[in-house]
Design a protein around this ligand. Structure first.
Ligand code: C2O
Ligand code: CU
Ligand code: CU
Length: 494
């Protein structure tokens, strides 16, 4: 079916694409790929611009961000009402350095309250941009903080109570890159938009008139709003010309609730070099990579042996959905600057289990026990430890300067089993184990979001330092978060 016809066939037909939870561990298709005739790859990949500072002084750099409404063209001749930062859809890439002091002028031009949360960034609680830091329509917010962490690919997005999913869906999200001196000398590609490419992967549904179709039913809340159009940097099936060399892709699963399995045509290898919180110890070669909503990975792909003109497709398999030919890489004539990969990236400051002085259990419950028999509409669906988010309740108190183990368990008191994830503000954690087994090598670095499949038990270890105050933890399937699958922890000084 042509995409135009698909669009015309409207919402009911559109929904059908997202319902196969049966085979292949929930991915609609087997982890192999076939050449697909007739795919388009006609639009060049848009690269979000680097955010130019408003001013750069010796003591700090100031940036401006405006949350605004816009019109975006996903389909030829169809305008879709969207939201964006400093533009119509998505936002500019913010690039800062470890140690830099930054200030932001954030202006809310929407007619709803919103926030800007720096996902993965270690900042004082009052500048975290979570649901406690609302920006009213027509108002400014002026956070300022010092970057105190290693090079990493982070992102920013709204986080207002009950509105996160909708705001992100309509287009509010952007990348936040931290650089450091070490990163510049690793021998990895660093030419933004040339051999260092931001790849924001999302999916969307549309009504037949081109409007975005956000939550329509209880099914959407439970399974998340799973789109049937895959967009990369806001564009359907783009292509990008890459140099004949090593190319670095900064991947963000910026979808609301989808889990993606990524792989390249011809089983081409991807070398994972970084996860959520930065570089891992050494590159890990994979042919497929799973990212749940909110997770990032940096991979490098070696095109140096390819002929100019050679094409490689990025395939995205969507959990509960289908396979997409997401985008295409075309090898250009120019030789790449980088043709070999570093053997060692960065030593890991692994935290020993024995350093932990406290451990906690977080039950991510599709239905909690108290909810049994209360049905889909009950207040006990999508809880953490049986509770729903309450801004007036602190769920956990953590001592500043201590190390903790958080054990995250995906359970359900009903037949309905769903994947969940755990995202923790303020810190980066290490995965200790998953159902008792050490994490896969590519998952052994610093992370802030972790996928927890039904029946899984994942132990995380983390250190709380620098800042006291109230932060969030939540499922990063945004429809779950907005439904209340979130809690607050307060870091308190001793
Ligand atoms: Cu990406 Cu609490 O969020
Ligand atoms: Cu976050
Ligand atoms: Cu969830």
């Amino acid at each position: 079916m042509k995409r135009r016809d698909f669009l015309k066939s409207g919402f009911a037909a559109v929904l059908l694409a997202g319902l196969d939870h049966s085979s292949q561990g929930g991915f609609g298709v087997a982890p192999v790929h076939a050449a697909s005739p007739g795919i388009s790859f006609r639009t060049p990949l848009p690269v979000p611009p680097l955010l130019e500072p408003f001013s750069r002084e010796e003591s700090h750099t100031t940036y401006g961000l405006i949350a605004q409404t816009g019109q975006h063209q996903f389909f030829p001749d169809v305008q879709t009402a969207t939201l964006g930062y400093n533009g119509s859809f998505l936002g500019p890439t913010i690039r800062v350095k470890n140690g830099e002091h930054v200030k932001f002028n954030v202006y809310n031009m929407l007619d709803q309250v919103t926030t800007v949360h720096w996902h993965g960034l270690h900042v004082p609680a009052k500048w975290d941009g979570g649901p406690r830091q609302e920006i009213n329509p027509g108002s400014f917010w002026n956070p300022e903080f010092t970057i105190r962490q290693e090079a990493a690919t982070l992102w920013y997005h709204p986080h207002a109570m009950g509105l996160t999913g909708e705001h992100v869906y309509r287009g509010l999200a952007g990348l936040l890159l931290i650089e450091d001196d070490g990163a510049a000398h690793l021998g990895l590609p660093t030419d933004y938009g040339v051999d260092d490419l931001p790849i924001i992967i999302q999916d969307r549904r549309f009504f037949s008139d081109g409007r975005l179709a956000y939550v329509q039913s209880m099914h959407d809340v439970m399974h998340g709003v799973i789109g049937n159009y895959l967009i990369i940097n806001g564009t359907l099936e783009p292509f990008v010309e890459v140099p004949r060399g090593v190319v670095r892709l900064r991947l963000l699963n910026g979808s609301n609730s989808s889990i993606y399995r990524l792989h390249l045509s011809g089983e081409k290898q991807m070398q994972v070099v970084a996860t959520d919180g930065g570089f891992i110890h050494r590159p890990v070669a994979l042919t497929e990579l799973i990212l749940s909503a909110g997770e990032r990975a940096e991979i490098v792909v070696d095109f140096s042996g390819d002929q100019s003109g050679q094409q490689t497709e990025l395939f995205v398999d969507q959990y509960g959905g289908r396979r997409y030919e997401a985008m295409q890489f075309r090898v250009g004539k120019a030789a790449g600057r980088i043709t070999t990969l570093p053997g060692i990236l960065r030593a890991q400051k692994a935290i020993a289990e024995t350093e932990a002085t406290h451990s906690r259990i977080f039950a991510m419950e599709t239905f909690s026990r108290q909810g049994r028999g209360r049905g889909m509409m009950g207040g006990n669906r999508l809880t953490i430890n049986g509770r729903k988010m309450n801004l007036n309740r602190i769920d956990e108190k953590v001592q500043l300067g201590t190390t903790e183990i958080w054990e995250v368990v995906n359970t359900s008191a009903s037949m309905m089993q769903l994947p969940h994830s755990m995202h923790i503000h303020d810190i980066q954690f290490y995965i200790l184990d998953r159902n008792g087994h050490p994490p896969a090598p590519y998952e052994s670095g610093r992370k802030d979001t972790v996928l927890v499949m039904p029946g899984e038990r994942v132990r995380l270890i983390m250190h709380f330092n620098d800042y006291t105050g109230i932060y969030m933890y939540h499922c990063h399937m945004l429809e779950h978060e907005d439904d209340g699958m979130m809690g607050q922890f307060e870091v308190v000084a001793t």
